[in-house]
Write a protein that binds this ligand. Structure first.
Ligand code: UD1
Ligand code: MG
Length: 455
């Protein structure tokens, strides 16, 4: 039986010159994840079973990234950047050993939906030899233009090769193509480089295939925003804006209230349950999960954090990686929480840093509390039990443990463990001198008057 699994070849070797960056283009992020990861996920979800990724510019960084992000992918290196057809040929070993259809995608086109890719692959079983995803746009500059004759795609003309009439065409190449099994290696080898850039253009596969009697079809996507290719920072920002619009719409469709949607920023993996309410100006960096009924107040920043239901976060709260908040926890203004579990109903409401810590249920952490978790070399843990009252401006010098139902006096520096039910004072005892305040003020006033009359 023939193996009809689909191989996706992702081209990601380009210099990304127009990004003017030290970071390889495909490692720039949209929605908090590298472009290449988004492309890989769409390809897999759209029906690709195997992956071949062609890297080149910044190869070491991209290879290291792929080792973690797509360990099953075959990685090929294109040593010279001679164009997209040349890049695809770098994956020749994968192509010649593959029996099924081949999908080619660009690493700089991260917003395409899996359904769109699946529809493209579907065209092959419906009779096309080559199927290409196109789109119509009022801003076609930079994209290859599709030449359609008698409903057949006959050629793609790159911007640089286009005359004025061709440049006026609004039908563009997304760069995503599907090829019937066995076609691609031979077509790639036949592509030449007699063009303005002296590059081997993958897009020439269309005219070449058509000349050989192959049937090429364009599938025209109806949502232009899926096909934004990122070549410079303006397009990067445009893609980010599209990503955010989608994420906001999806969140609201799933039952999340966004009071001012345009001011809330999501990451690719943000998970908000229904009836979460998000006030204006909130940022969800990667790795955030929030359960139902939680309210995130204005100007909060969350990253790598889990929040259970019924919590109130912010305004102006910062949850950093490893923040794990249980049901009905309150975290208020100018509070930073990192790598810390906060149990049911605990409150940390004002001007506080909790790092590398555990806080028990119903504990109240007073304003200005700091866990000193770092001694300059090592990180240490602060463990605070349940039903503790942490007095305002307490400094917990970790490692330190405060038992259940204990109390720390305001302004204390806690350097030793506090047993269950104890009260700890870690501050100088207050002294009161009767009359001394008024006397001091009078002496100062007299000094000021004397200075005035002599001056
Ligand atoms: C390309 C297409 C254009 C299409 C547009 C869609 C060609 C010749 N042009 O133009 O028709 O409308 O994408 O966004 O295919 N790459 C390599 N090695 C190379 C050159 C490029 O791996 O030698 C990779 C790049 O990393 C990138 C992709 O191929 O991911 C496309 O290259 P890029 O230079 O961005 O082509 P565009 O000018 O955008
Ligand atoms: Mg591009």
């Amino acid at each position: 039986m023939t193996d009809l699994s689909c191989l996706a070849v992702v081209l990601a070797a380009g210099e990304g010159t127009r990004m003017k960056s030290d970071l390889p283009k495909v490692l720039h992020a949209v929605g908090g994840r590298p472009l290449i990861d988004a492309v890989i996920e769409s390809a897999r979800a759209g029906g690709a079973h195997r992956l071949a990724i062609v890297i080149g510019a910044g190869a070491d960084k991209v290879r290291a990234h792929l080792g973690k992000a797509a360990p099953d992918a075959q990685v090929f290196e294109q040593r010279e950047r001679l164009g997209t057809a040349h890049a695809a040929l770098a994956a020749r070993e994968a192509l010649v050993h593959h029996q099924g259809p081949v999908l080619v995608l660009f690493g700089d086109t991260p917003l395409v939906r899996p359904e769109t890719i699946a529809a493209l692959i579907g065209r092959l079983s419906a009779g096309a030899d080559i199927a290409l995803l196109g789109f119509t746009t009022d801003a076609p500059t930079g994209y290859g233009r599709l030449i359609i004759k008698d409903e057949r795609l006959v050629a793609i003309i790159e911007e640089r090769e286009a005359d004025a009439a061709t440049k006026a065409i609004r039908l563009c190449n997304s760069g995503i193509m599907a090829f019937r099994a066995g076609l691609l290696p031979e077509l790639l080898e036949a592509i030449g480089n007699a063009n303005a850039k002296g590059e081997y253009y993958l897009t020439d596969a269309i005219a070449l295939g058509t000349a050989r009697g192959l049937r090429a079809e364009a599938v025209i996507g109806d949502d232009e925003s899926e096909f934004v290719g990122i070549n410079d920072r303006v397009q990067l920002a445009a893609a980010e804006a599209i990503f955010q619009q989608r994420a906001r719409a999806e969140a609201m469709a799933a039952g999340v209230t966004l009071v001012a949607p345009d001011t809330v920023f999501f990451s690719f993996d943000t998970k908000l349950d229904r009836d979460v309410v998000v006030d204006p100006n909130v940022v969800f960096a990667p790795g955030v999960q929030v359960a139902s009924g939680t309210v995130i107040r204005a100007f909060s920043h969350l990253e790598g954090a889990r929040v259970a239901s019924g919590a109130v976060i912010g305004p102006y709260a910062r949850l950093r990686p490893g923040a794990d908040l249980a049901e009905n926890v309150h975290v208020g203004n100018f509070v930073e929480i990192k790598n810390a579990r906060v149990d049911q109903g605990a409150k940390v409401n004002h001007l506080t840093y909790i790092g590398d810590a555990a806080i028990g249920a119903r504990t109240n952490v007073g304003a200005g509390t700091i866990t000193c978790n770092y001694d300059g070399v090592f990180k240490h843990k602060t463990i605070i039990g349940a039903d503790v009252f942490v007095g305002s401006n307490t400094v917990m010098v970790a490692p330190v443990t405060v038992g259940n139902n204990a109390l720390t006096a305001a302004g204390s520096v806690i350097t030793a463990d506090v047993p269950d039910g104890a009260m700890a004072f870690g501050r100088a005892r207050q002294e009161v001198k009767e009359g001394m305040g008024a006397a001091k003020k009078a002496a100062l006033a007299a000094k000021k008057a004397a200075a005035k009359s002599s001056g």
